[in-house]
Design a protein around this ligand. Sequence first.
Ligand SMILES: *Cc1c(COP(=O)(O)O)cnc(C)c1O
Length: 511
Amino acid sequence: MSCCILTRSDLDAPGPSRYAQQSIAVGHSRHLSLPMAAPYVALPHQQRLRADTPPLDDENDHIKPLDGHKPIFHGGFDSQLKQVLRDIDIHGCEANGENAFFVADLSEVYRQHLRWMRALPRIVPFYAVKCNPDPYVLQLLARLGTGFDCASNGEIEAVLKLGINPARIIYANPCKAASFVRHAAANNVGLTTFDNVDELDKMKRYHPSCKLVVRILTDDSKSACQLGLKFGAPLDSVPRLLQRARELDLDVVGVSFHVGSGCYDPDSFRDAVHRARRAFDMGKEAGYIFDLLDVGGGFGHDNFEMVAGVLGPAIDHYFPDEDFAPGGKQVAGKPNGLRIIAEPGRFYVHSAFALATNIIAARRGEPTAADTEPENDKPQVMYYQNDGLYGSFNCVIFDHVTVHPKVLTLGHEYAYEPTIVSPGVAVDSGDEAKELQPCSVWGPTCDSIDCVRDLVHLPKGLKVGDWLVYENMGAYTICAASTFNGIRRSEIRYTLGEGQLAETVKHLMLQ
Ligand SMILES: *Cc1c(COP(=O)(O)O)cnc(C)c1O
């Protein structure tokens, strides 16, 4: 893009980033004073799934932090999956007794928060509620001191219902219903985004004292879900927007962007920060002094540190201390200097939920001579499981992901080995039941679009009644699941996790 004049080598300045050492006052957030009780030990996937968790002692070994809500158990994914399966009699249970179910490990959310604080200590996360509005996730994040990015009336209500101060909400939707804006005004939600003139008129009419953030368009071509098609003001339209905001006497306080969800190129963030800086300069020309930079969402689970390693220094470079620290030239009259927030969604919940599904039916083809030829990768078995694209696997369509089934039981015996990548069992043991064969996996509805995987290799010994498990199902899954065809949404079994992190989470949830 024409505005990318900075090269990578400019960012690779020697020495540690000032950015990482800096700690600034961040207004209403209290998370910087949070004692980090549990040390960050290892990357989440290295210690997430452990097989040696002791079983629950008794029925009382759980807590119930929200009135009327479900209990929260103790132990890692593996122990929880085992517990639930032990209580299900697939040959005798009532209708829905073998339904698919999630295990949600809240310590994973906490672990991600520690990861965030380590890599981007200066950026206050405002969790994007749409990604997974689970009440326990929201409650834990509230206790950790994050803010919340809400995009609708319902999300605002969900957050306020937990007793969270409306000052910790950004209504980060540039195209809002008028009635939602009035409701936000009535509930003291005082920060929102805009990217068009009509929205300014709406804000003037229904919530004139609201602080506004101009959402700019950035390059989202390196992201799984591009948002620029729908949102974001191109930089060359920003002066006109700000001029209109001035005429309406509205209080524009900063700039936001979203590089797209599932962003795999850290340079998108660097480029976006550069554009945001240009928008700050446009603000100055329009007579505003901006002091809020909102770097949006798009943070992934696997490449987070790499992205942070580009984003942090880019902020240092484009928003240097001499201009933007408290007392800096560009933030005269704003005593706290530049405040930086983000709107991570996926990053916080991706790894915190695993989904177990039951194989309710199978259709096996007659083996032909051609099927035994290794290069003939045609599905030999169609498995039908009890959650699909109309339910939790809507992510296959909306979030453009490929999901990876792992074997949870094989021939009705618990077989899951969490550390083994898909299919989740050791397949080279010479055991025929563990030999792989090409299969397809389908959901429970009567629609043929409901195909979870059209080709995947699973062990030959899988039977009807066996269980599969899908890890990393926390983001953009449950929130968009329907009950099409009368199939219930999959329920959630909560756990605190295990070890020191679990103790800290328990303490936080019981506050
Ligand atoms: C969806 C969304 C987010 C969260 O994006 P992730 O990729 O899940 O981090 C943040 N901000 C806005 C405005 C969004 O629409």
